[in-house]
Design a protein around this ligand. Structure first.
Ligand code: MOS
Length: 715
């Protein structure tokens, strides 16, 4: 029998679970009904530093419905798994305001919250230190930056090269603390089944949570199951084990009942990570024709006293532009603040704001078109390591984007296009993010009825991963899409990469293809259904060629700036990306537009405002923490260039989840400069900053002066 089979990869397949989601049938972690379910409510510290003197559990236990109070004395002991953030309720030390200090468990959610609100907690407070500055005495060089990169790199002699450069840019930039805020808050529903810990949990990878839970509670891996079939966003905040599943497991152990713990929106602002504020000094030196001869990037960020998270905000310059002299440095200070962690595009997103803004300043200083400047400085090999790229299509992205955007007709002069009250301008920025592939396992089963089942502990946080993996499996098995069922989000399926670092689909598709290939081999050899094949890509990834693997992009923005109010409206935003093979253009476009929307948000709106006296960020909800609504977002266009890269994984997938937020903020800031002639070096670009001319803003970044200066060639 011969059939013509349409290839699934590359087709705009609708999300497989889409109907279930919009009908409310898809269950999230806090939606599983269990008999006898109890509810936990978290109590947060009201001091930023000190010790818990006393928790008056009896006061809460006397309230209606209360079953238990867990605090640092009464909570079950946990084993150290090397993640201090997981050591919940283990000692009396308060590291930051908003740290979990107790869990109240009750018959109903309302009873739990009432008792948690009323729980008397006494503290011995100590003075706190929560304000990051570029001259903070606690700044130090970390051993490495996230995930495992060098803190500092140096090639050539940056100072000498800057001294003889006819064109220099020497500027300081800053981005504020920003909070992830996935639509679904962190949540878990947990029960113990004859000694086995079963957890419905909202996370970016059930395998990682499974491993952490087994470690924390001293259980055999087979005695833990984590189920995460549907997840309402993560963006880095759900990349590690978080309080709800730990607290619910403890409470279920203590009460003998299933327990659900859901963080409130307010609690997300202190308990699950955020993007550190970043303070940058960038120095660029160039020849008169704009050819870079020196790049120097220094970044200061914060971490907590709980664990060291060093945001890799200076790694962008190691990849992006050719230069014989290159220095990148990271400094961090451990403050009495919640622990910053991953937030979409960690490192590159704030780093690119600085470097891509500086490149725009260089273009202006040298009198060169900003697109042309980037093309002129595009490297043949990785600038810091000298490694060849597996593929690099930045120039193609810039050219295609410039064509679609109508860049050629742009008047380079800033501040000259008026439309009534509005000044109009356009800007460009490039972007990149690593395209790595991590070991994963999968299984593929040929069922007796002729269908196929693929199992992998993948996580679909809203990206469309389940759909993409089904497409990949169908092609490998040479069957139509509806003959394949991909089951994900269950730790029983074995170890797998988490949905993070833009590595999900790249890593999982490798394991899925390998399992399907093995299964096809068995069937071709005459195996009888049902039959299963398994894969583990750890071995295959070990012997790969040493190459620099990155996704790239270029973004173009048009803005309108109200000269009376300082309001910035983005009127057009276009992104063109190079990310290997695009498995599903529909879900890919959606994800790219989502990232660019977040980039717009980063540029104009998002800012966690530090209250130094309280030692905490003051805006803890969507009234005070601004994110864009529909009216703030123009029709965004996301496109890509074809890229066949056989040095990645069998699917040729690079990953798109993060490259799409890298560069958007700089493109918008550069457009604001083009509109107004005023450089915005601090995010977000608030109306007051527009009206004040981009000068120093709130005290959270007071140590950053607006600019150190530029030098232009005589013309
Ligand atoms: Mo993503 S911020 O690497 O989870």
């Amino acid at each position: 029998m011969t059939t013509t089979l349409e290839q699934s990869v590359g087709a705009p397949v609708a999300r497989i679970e889409g109907v279930a989601k919009v009908c409310g049938q898809a269950r999230y972690a806090a939606e599983y009904p269990l008999p006898g379910l109890a509810y936990g409510s978290v109590v947060a510290s009201r001091i930023a530093r000190g010790r818990i003197r006393r928790v008056d559990a009896d006061a809460a236990l006397g309230m209606p419905g209360v079953l238990a109070v867990l605090d640092y004395r009464s909570a079950p002991r946990l084993r150290d798994i090397g993640d201090n953030e997981a050591m919940q309720f283990q000692d009396d030390v308060v590291h930051y305001r908003g740290q979990a200090v107790a869990l109240v468990v009750a018959q109903t959610l309302e009873q739990a919250r009432a008792a948690a609100d009323a729980l008397p907690v006494e503290y011995d407070a100590e003075p706190h230190d929560v304000l990051l500055s570029a001259s903070h005495p606690k700044l130090y060089r970390p051993d490495h930056v996230n995930p495992a990169d060098e803190a500092d790199t140096l090639k050539g002699d940056v100072e000498a090269a800057l001294a003889r450069s006819p064109v220099i840019v020497d500027s300081e930039y800053s981005t504020p603390a920003e909070h992830n805020n996935p639509m679904e808050p962190h949540a878990a529903t947990v029960y113990w089944d004859a000694g086995r810990l079963i957890a419905y949990d909202s996370n970016q990878g059930a395998a990682r949570i499974h491993q952490a839970l087994a470690g924390l509670f001293g259980l055999e891996p087979s005695a833990v199951q984590v189920l995460s079939e549907h997840v309402g966003g993560g963006f880095g905040a759900k990349g590690a084990i978080r309080l709800p599943v730990i607290a619910a497991a403890m409470a279920a152990l203590v009460t003998g009942r299933p327990v659900r713990v859901v963080l409130t929106r307010q609690q997300l602002f202190s308990m699950v990570g955020y993007r550190t504020p970043t303070l940058h000094r960038v120095r660029l030196g160039a020849d008169a024709d704009g050819t870079l001869v020196a790049v120097d990037h220094l970044v200061c960020t914060q971490t907590s006293t709980v664990l060291e998270f060093a945001e890799q905000a200076a790694v962008y310059a190691r990849v992006m532009y050719a230069t014989p002299n290159l220095r990148t440095r990271h400094r961090i200070a451990a403050l009495d603040v919640p622990t910053p962690r991953w937030m979409r595009g960690p490192g590159e997103a704030p780093g690119a704001f600085a470097i891509e803004s500086a490149m725009d300043e260089l273009a202006a200083a040298a009198g060169i078109d900003p697109v042309e400047l980037r093309i002129r400085n595009d490297p043949d090999v990785t600038p810091d390591s000298g490694l060849p790229f597996s593929s690099r299509s930045v120039v193609e992205c810039l050219r295609k984007g410039a064509g679609q955007f109508g860049w050629a007709s742009r008047d380079p002069r800033p501040g000259v296009r008026r439309d009534g009250r509005w000044l109009v301008g356009s800007g460009v920025a490039s972007g990149t993010y690593p395209a790595n592939t991590a070991p994963s396992t999968a299984s593929a089963t040929a069922e007796a009825d002729g269908s196929y089942t693929v199992r992998i502990t993948a996580s679909d946080v809203g990206t469309g991963a389940r759909t993409a993996l089904t497409q990949v499996a169908a092609d490998e098995l040479r069957v139509p899409l509806d003959r394949v069922k991909v089951l994900i989000g269950n730790s029983d399926y074995g170890p797998a990469m988490i949905a993070a670092g833009s590595m999900g689909t790249a890593s999982w598709s490798f394991a899925v293809v390998s399992a399907c290939r093995a299964l096809t081999g068995l069937l071709d050899a005459g195996a009888q259904r049902p039959v299963e094949a398994r894969s583990n890509t750890a071995g295959e990834l070990g012997g790969r060629a040493k190459l620099a693997r990155y996704s790239f992009g270029a973004q173009f923005a048009e803005v309108r700036v109200d000269t009376d109010t300082g309001e910035v409206r983005v009127s057009r935003l276009l992104g063109v990306f190079a990310a290997g093979r695009i498995v599903n253009p529909r879900t890919a476009r959606s994800q790219l537009i989502g990232g660019m929307t977040w980039g717009l948000s980063m540029a104009l709106l998002e800012e966690s405002v530090l209250d130094q006296a309280y030692g905490d960020y003051a805006n803890h909800d969507f009234a005070g923490y601004h994110i864009p609504v529909h009216a703030d977002v123009p029709p965004i266009e996301a496109d890509w260039v074809d890229e066949a890269d056989d040095q990645l994984n069998p699917s040729g997938v690079k990953g798109i989840g993060e490259v799409c937020i890298v560069g958007s903020a700089a493109a918008i800031a550069n457009a604001v400069w083009h509109a107004t002639g005023i450089r915005q070096r601090q995010l977000p670009i608030r109306p007051d900053r527009v009206l004040m001319g981009g000068g120093p803003g709130l005290p959270d970044t007071a140590d950053i002066s607006p600019v150190r200066g530029t030098r232009s060639p005589a013309r």
